[in-house]
Each structure stands twice: as structure tokens, then as C-alpha cells.
Design a protein around this ligand. Sequence first.
Ligand code: ADP
Length: 489
Amino acid sequence: LSQQIRNMSLVRSLAFVNNQWVPASSGETFEVTNPANGQVLGQVPDMDVDDTEQAVNVAFEAFKTWEHTTAKERSVLLRKWYNLLEDNKDEIARIMTAESGKPLSEAAGEVAYANGFIDWFSEEARRIPGEIVASPTQTKEMMMIRRPIGVAALITPWNFPAAMITRKAGAALAAGCTCVIKPAEDTPLTALAMADLAAKAGIPKGVINVVTCSRKKAAEVGRVLCTSPQVAGLSFTGSTNVGKLLYEQCASTVKRVSLELGGNAPYIVFESADLEAAVKGTIACKFRNCGQTCVSANRLFIQESIFDQFVAKLEEAVKGLKVGDGAAAGVTQGPLINDAQATKVKQLVEDAVKKGAKVHLGGKPVSEMGTRFFQPTIISDVDHSMRVFNEEIFGPVAVCIPFKNEEEVLAIANSTRSGLAGYFYSNNLSQIWRVAKRLEVGMVGINEGLLSAPEAAFGGIKESGIGREGSHYGIEEYSYIKYLCFGHD
Ligand code: ADP
């Protein structure tokens, strides 16, 4: 283990199956690195098909007793887990910063948000109601109850190493499911630390399992999770391409599928908007986590009459951002997660510049800091031919596009196959209602750039996904409706 994390009590270098810390059966491991400096933090097991089948089997066996626990028992265990997560929040945040690169303050924010899902679902566990309907005949009574689906496979990304796990696992456990978690290869240490606390909280063996594997093994491990008849449902957060592949693989066993895929969020500033608020929202929505969130503003549409003014204010605000190692004080912009992502962001900007885009600020890697840091960037004069216009950027690049009127901007905003989040700033009440209804997305931020919360339903439409996470709807992904018909004299 590297110096940076050696003293931490929650750092684990084995996978977690049946409440035991286990190596890969092959003995193979892969490295976890710090994206800020490339240093190797540690090694974790590179698990394969056999290991995954073993974990699925364990979860399948554990389900047989876990599904019969009472809602209150599950609630109490989730509460204990939450309490331990809170007691250890500083250490989890430091582990997260080490492996994901995000600034420590953001990591702390994510841990609070992530723990909030366990808090929320510890309460929701006790509120999974059924329904009794008025029967059409005198000799039958009819009711619908909710039952847990079984083993849930949870495949998660690196951009929110804790929260993407808790919002799935919290709901799954509350509903009465057991789970096999496959964390992202870039950020397995956060997942393992949380699993350690789940065991300490008394969550029974086999209820939560964490299978770690490298990018090379992800496809074979994923295939087991998607095709095993012992797995009842898959919940995936990640790229649209991988999501589509998993959706297809899940067809053979007709699994319950919940997908949270890429976005291409429009962020619209109308001329009636409070510009200060709109700029503040842009900083949160575009530059948080270095732009690496699926709800990040991907395209900023600014009404013509206020375009120059907005861009000038945004420039001022962006100049206040500080790039560096996320563990250092005052840093707001860490590295991009890995070299592949850093190269992609660089190429997107180069492509735009080559085709005539104007760079207002930044536009280049911060080469003296290594290969993964990118300057906070603002560009304009972009058009449909450029990759930044069409692709999810996942980097600190604000693309500013002027528009004439509401009709025009809605048409462009909706001209994408993605439909996760959308944002707009306006102080015209009628316009607020019109635009809120017409944006083709699952979530709308109105005069607000940050919208996620355990209490609210997170999810997309179109190719951005299926299902909802958080809120009371989150439980629905992990439960099915069972209809009971009672005959009597
Ligand atoms: P990102 O671009 O954010 O890395 P990915 O969709 O590639 O998004 O990764 C999200 C998660 O999906 C990670 O845990 C990754 O290991 C996993 N993954 C990637 N490819 C596959 C695959 N073929 N089957 C199953 N899981 C996969």
C-alpha cells in the first residue's frame, strides 16, 4: 500500500464475498492508482468468471433468509451501517480522493450524499406498502403486495465511487434483496471500505458482496452477472454503449433492468434570468468533479441579448477555479480520472478549434502537472459538425452557444438521443412551465444547477436509461408486485 493510504484502517486489498476477505481464485491482482500523480495506491483481486459465479451463488443462498427478515430488521441494520459510514466519513473521503482524484471537499460532499441514501432507505424499508382493491365478485378478495426480486447485480462507475453504490445497495437491501457489487476498476477501494463497515454493522454474510476486477475482465464478469439465472436484476450506471450491451445480455434470462447512462444536458439561460445565479449554477453544474458527471451541463445555450455579458461573467468565475492535486487545500479542479479521458477531452477541444471554435479561456492540458490535468475551459462559435456539440464531454469544458428564442433553443436542446438532466434559468413564470414540460429529460433544474438528493427520483428517458433511483420509486427497481387472490364462501 502506498504511503498516502497506508495508515487508513478501512483500506482493503481483498474482495468481499460472504463477509470474508478473499483473493481471486487465480491469485491475480490489478493496480489501483492515484490519478493526480500516477502513484500505485495498492492492489486488489482481479476476479474472473468462477469468482463471480461463486459470489452470485453466495448472494443467492443468503437471499433465502434475508428475504424473510422483517422490514424493521432491515431498517435497523441499514441505520447501523449509516451510523458507521458517518463515523468514518473523513477516511472514506480521503480514500476516494486518493483513487478518484476529486478534491477532498467534493469527496466529503459525496460521502455525505452517499450516506444519505443509506439513511433514506433505512427509513423507506419500513414503508413498502401493498394495496387491497375492491373485488368484482363476492367470493374473492384481491390484494397486491411487494416482494424482493432476489439477487441484484450492481455495476457502478468511478465518478461517484460511493454514491453510485449506496443508491443501489440501499434500495436493494431495503427491499429485501441481496447484492453482488462490481465497482469500477478505477475506484474499488471506496467500495471495499464501505463493505467493511456493512459487515461491522451486522449485515449478514452474503447480503453484500463486492467482486473487483480489472477493465480486461469486466466483460466476462459482467456477462456472468447479466446471464446467471440466479441473478434477478441488474442495475448499471455507466456509459451508454456498455449499458446497451448489458441490456441485450440481460434479455436471455429476462432480468429486471435498471440503467442510468450518459447524458447530454442542455443548460439554457434565458434573457430574464438572474445572471449571477446562472453563472454560479454553471460552475456547480459544469465544473464540479471536473465535469465528470452524467448530469453535467454539456451544452450551454445563452439567449443572444445576454450572451456576451454571460460569457464575461462566466470567465471571471472560472478564473477563480484552482487546478491541482485534490488532496491539497483550496483545489477545486482535480485531474481527469485516467489518461483515456484526458486524451478524449483534449481531442474534443482540438477538433472544435480546428473547425473554427473560439477559445475564451483555457483550452489545453496543464502539462506541467502530468498528463491528466486540463485547464478549465470556455469555448464558443461551435456548430453541429464539432464533436463537443454532440458528445458527452466529461471534462471541464464549457461550450457556450447563443440562441434567438425559446422555440429554437428547445428544438436544439431536444435534438439528441440522450435525456437525463436539463437545466434552465428564467424568471418568466409561463416560460418556466412551458420549458419544464417540453425539455425531453428525466430531471429538470429550474434556476438550480445541482439537483440530486436521496429524496428525489433520479433517472433518464430516451437512451439515458430505464428506471429511477432514490425517492420511494427507488425501491420499485428491486421489488415486484405479487397479486394474491383469496377465494372464500
Ligand atoms: P466509464 O466510461 O464511465 O468508465 P463504463 O460504462 O465503461 O463507463 O464503466 C462503468 C462500469 O461498467 C465499470 O464498472 C466498468 O468496469 C463496467 N464495464 C465496462 N465494460 C463492461 C462490460 N463489457 N460488461 C460489464 N461491465 C462493464
